[in-house]
Design a protein around this ligand. Structure first.
Ligand code: SAH
Ligand code: MG
Length: 213
């Protein structure tokens, strides 16, 4: 199962021809400095979802160097909206600012330096799309706070929800707590939300704002 998926993802990545210089530059930087940006097939899916739904007000938890932020920020800007993005690491936050500047996106981005767990709670607005891509141990918290702020017809995108496949195969014991929390999170989402789990990339969870009774 895993090998097949790995091959499928690899196949898709091999088919995607990227020409955008800023995107290529960020991909090379991430590879060189081990920054865990979304993989190419997931980046394309993210772009597809955000552009087909015309999402305007977007929230991201986990900016890193602004790679996914640039993809979503460009669409938000085109739609007359904005991207609010939270990063806990100051070095990465500053690298993201540089990249947003290069992409001429600073006027439609609200970058926040801080812990997503606390920063989301301070946001007094509704979001059409939320991209959760930060510390896995906090996914439930990020999710609940985002869901409260989700607009009608909004969508939450949870990246890396199957955590390197560790949710369904052998994994190093040090990840026990994260694996247990993510597994419980998935059970919780299926029971209480309009949720789909896609075995694509590193596992993607999508949640609509429909409340399940
Ligand atoms: N979304 C980015 C990649 C994010 S990597 C992209 O695809 O381009 C995850 C990032 O989340 C890291 O930069 C890490 O520093 C940050 N992070 C981890 N825990 C966090 C928290 N509690 N609040 C905000 N950011 C956090
Ligand atoms: Mg990710």
């Amino acid at each position: 199962m895993l090998d097949e998926l790995k091959d499928a993802n690899g196949y898709i990545i091999g088919k995607i021809e990227e020409k955008d210089p800023l995107i290529l530059e960020m991909e090379a930087f991430a590879l060189e400095h081990n920054v865990p940006i979304v993989t190419k097939e997931v980046a394309k899916y993210l772009e597809f979802l955000v552009s087909t739904h015309n999402f305007k007000n977007i929230l991201e938890i986990g900016t890193a160097i602004g790679y996914s932020g640039t993809i979503m920020g460009r669409i938000a800007k085109k739609n007359g909206g904005k991207l609010t993005t939270i990063e806990i690491d100051e070095v990465r936050y500053n690298q993201a600012l540089e990249n947003f500047k290069k992409g001429d996106l600073l006027d439609s981005i609200n970058p926040i330096l801080g812990d997503g767990v606390e920063e989301i709670k301070k946001l007094d607005e509704k979001f059409d799309f939320v991209f959760i891509d930060a510390s896995k141990g906090h996914y439930m918290e990020f999710f609940n706070d985002s869901f409260e702020r989700l607009s009608e017809n909004g969508m939450i995108f949870i990246d890396n929800i199957m955590f390197r496949g560790y949710l369904y195969k052998e994994y190093p014991k040090r990840f026990k707590t994260i694996v247990r929390r993510l597994d419980e999170f998935i059970t919780y989402l299926y029971r209480n939300h309009d949720f789909v789990l896609l075995p694509f990339g590193d596992g993607i969870g999508l949640v609509s704002n429909k409340v399940m009774k």
